[in-house]
Design a protein. Structure first.
Length: 291
């Protein structure tokens, strides 16, 4: 079997923005303008719904108002299932990043059925940025919390965090290593003595630390302050709680290895903790397969 070639998640040359006629539409467009200026991106705005002249004129007015009438920008007005259409158009236009607004919490019913933004997040084949509190007023991404798990995708997630930090002028990045409780339980189940159990535990920690240090050695951090935190607990839940406590501006997680389904919400996958109760803006970083 040939090795799968993957495309880096960044740079964000093409950004798709899912828009709807909601009270937060203006804030989403203001955030879009900031993203365009930061990353020098082409913006593709996607609205799914029945087209009428009044709404079309209003949307074009807002795009003009927020300075988004760049010659390369596109406005796509489609009809059909919002999730299917947005994902289809993102594939068609080779999108690097999807942006969508999302409420901090979903109701229990919405959580199990899934909102549009969260469905996109679970199924997208490129990175997704969920804006918890989009704002018309200018704001900076000063503090970024990043997943530092022992996983092949982590290197791309950390590199993407540094890319964003440099482009956006962030002050520091906090990489969180979550000690997987299931891995620790496996060590304890081997009927080892207390001393040997502790040695095995320390060995796992050392190996994980070395892998993370190797990633940072090969990455240009520039003047950005990089902090590393190790925490015990359920992966996904721990880092989400940490991001909330630290009042982070952006939480960045690896994309799931498989397509998430209903059972992942009953028996949560790591990212489901963050999706259920967004601690801040959330980015799921996806290393794409070359097609």
């Amino acid at each position: 079997m040939t090795q799968v070639e993957r495309k880096l998640p960044f740079p964000f040359k093409k950004i798709a923005v899912a828009i709807a006629f909601s009270p937060r539409l203006e804030a989403i467009l203001a955030e879009s303008k900031r993203l365009q200026d930061i990353f020098n991106s082409q913006m593709i705005f996607i609205h799914v719904g029945e087209k009428n002249l009044q709404q079309e004129q209003y949307l074009k007015h807002l795009i003009h108002r927020f300075g988004l009438e760049h010659s390369g920008n596109l406005l796509l007005w489609e009809e059909g299932d919002p999730v299917e259409i947005i994902l289809e158009k993102c594939k068609e236009h080779d999108i690097d990043l999807i942006v969508a607004g999302a409420m901090e919490k979903e109701s229990l019913l919405k959580y199990f059925i899934g909102s549009i933004a969260r469905k996109i997040c679970r199924r997208a084949k490129c990175s997704v940025l969920m804006l918890r509190e989009p704002s018309i007023l200018s704001k900076k991404v000063l503090k970024i919390v990043v997943e530092g798990s022992d996983h092949p995708k982590t290197v791309h997630t950390i590199e993407t965090a540094l890319y964003i930090a440099k482009m956006a002028g962030s002050l520091d990045i906090n990489i969180v290593q979550e000690s997987d409780v299931s891995k620790m339980a496996l060590i304890r189940s081997e009927n080892l003595g207390d001393t040997e159990t502790e040695k095995q535990r320390e060995k796992v920690f050392k190996e994980e630390n070395e892998k993370l240090e190797d990633i940072l050695k090969c990455t240009d951090c520039g003047n950005i302050k990089v902090n590393i935190e190790r925490m015990d607990g359920k992966p996904g839940y721990v880092i989400s709680s940490y991001a909330r406590e630290q009042k982070a501006d952006l939480l960045m997680l690896n994309s799931p290895d498989t397509k998430l389904n209903f059972l992942d919400r009953v028996f949560p996958h790591d990212i489901e903790y963050a999706l259920a109760n967004l601690p801040c803006d959330l980015m799921i970083v996806h290393s794409r397969v070359e097609e």
